[in-house]
Write a protein that binds this ligand. Structure first.
Ligand code: ADP
Ligand code: MG
Ligand code: MG
Length: 351
């Protein structure tokens, strides 16, 4: 029997476009002998839209989303949304959503309420992983090495801006990185080397979130690994990101296309062992399931710092996470099958 797989994509977040690109690739890679694919598109304004039953690869997901669709409305708390065309309930949901309202536990909560198996992390890991401050607080307790950081709430900053900047200068110094707490894809992130830049960076980051994080800036290589599994996760080979620019910003990630991904990364066995150990520690600390991409900084001296985990990493066939698994021996379509199996396994374990 074919599995009825609901593919949730788009989403009400700054990473909407990224999700569209990914959904297109996943639809193409999914084995149509194994899966009946039921695309469910979430528009940028939060409208849920059901596309027609897919009979073959889709060239343009945007077209799929806007033609012959059935508008569900934003009242998503409805089981009808997750029914297949024959009125049967979908077997498994693949939430291919990045950023707030998708990668952050909200959609995962909805799927929990409906008791549907879904790919990837649960509510807790998704929400804790989305909030860089909470994530780092948990990493701290788990004993993971990371950069120094401060967090700020918009209303506090508004009442005394100089106090906020003074604290950063005193406790972190320059260069530092200013980031919205709840986002990804480098949206709203700035590197600052002066007080003036810091002021501009705060204004920028607070446009995206009421809470921001400021971190000590490192000069280091960026090494990433994929983690896959539930209770006994496995770690992929390591990859290195070499941005052509000053840092790995949004343009470098999605527009320029000239950021080099080096897989496997040229690191020592000891460095890899430390990264692997920390990746599993981080996965367990956040109580992750399914997958994460764990991102690290590696200094010249060989010191490993965890930067973050991404609970729904970029997932096109050319993204780091699938490429890491490809080099570890798991091809894109096999990886997707594995994720669906892990979703079902987790759902069964929970009962
Ligand atoms: P996102 O979740 O948006 O990917 P990151 O925290 O990974 O946010 O930051 C994006 C990029 O900014 C990183 O890949 C790296 O290039 C750079 N960066 C972020 N924080 C630091 C830091 N503390 N020191 C040096 N570079 C950093
Ligand atoms: Mg991230
Ligand atoms: Mg990142």
């Amino acid at each position: 029997m074919k599995k009825k797989l609901g593919l949730l994509y788009g989403g009400k977040s700054a990473e909407h476009k990224v999700s569209m690109q990914t959904a297109m690739a996943v639809i193409k890679a999914l084995d149509t002998d194994k899966y009946d694919i039921h695309p469910i598109y979430i528009s940028e304004s939060g409208e849920w839209v059901r596309g027609p039953q897919l009979m073959g690869p889709v060239e343009n997901v945007k077209e799929l989303a806007f033609h012959s669709h059935e508008q569900i409305g934003s009242n998503a708390l409805s089981t009808t949304l997750f029914q297949a065309n024959d009125e049967a309930t979908l077997d498994v949901i693949f939430p291919l959503l990045h950023g707030p309202n998708g990668e952050d536990g909200t959609v995962q909560g909805l799927l929990e309420l409906l008791n549907l198996p879904y790919v990837g992390n649960g509510v807790l890991a998704s929400s804790a992983g989305m909030d860089k401050v909470i994530m780092k607080n948990i990493f701290e307790v788990a004993g993971l090495n990371q950069v120094k950081y401060n967090s700020f709430i918009r209303s506090d900053w508004q009442s005394d801006k100089d106090a906020a900047y003074d604290r950063v200068e005193k406790e972190l110094g320059f260069p530092c990185f200013v980031k919205p707490a709840n986002l990804g894809s480098s949206v709203g992130i700035s590197k600052c080397t002066t007080r003036e830049e810091l002021e501009t960076a705060f204004i920028e980051a607070f446009q995206f979130d009421r809470k921001i994080i400021v971190e000590e800036g490192l000069t280091a290589r960026e090494i990433e690994v994929g983690v896959l599994g539930n209770d006994h996760p496995e770690v992929s080979v390591a990859g290195e990101i070499v941005p052509k620019k000053d840092f790995y910003d949004y343009k470098a990630k999605y527009e320029d296309g000239d950021t080099a991904l080096i897989i496997p990364a040229e690191i020592t066995e000891m460095e890899y062992a430390a990264i692997k150990e920390d990746a599993i520690k981080a996965f367990k600390a956040l109580d992750c399931s399914g997958l994460v991409r764990a991102d690290f900084f590696l200094t010249k001296e060989g010191k490993v710092y965890i930067n973050e985990v991404n609970t729904m990493p970029g997932f096109t066939p050319f993204s780091m996470f699938p490429l890491l698994w490809k080099h570890t021996g798991l091809e894109y379509d096999a990886l997707i099958n594995k994720l669906v199996d892990l979703a079902v396994e987790r759902h069964t374990e929970k009962q």
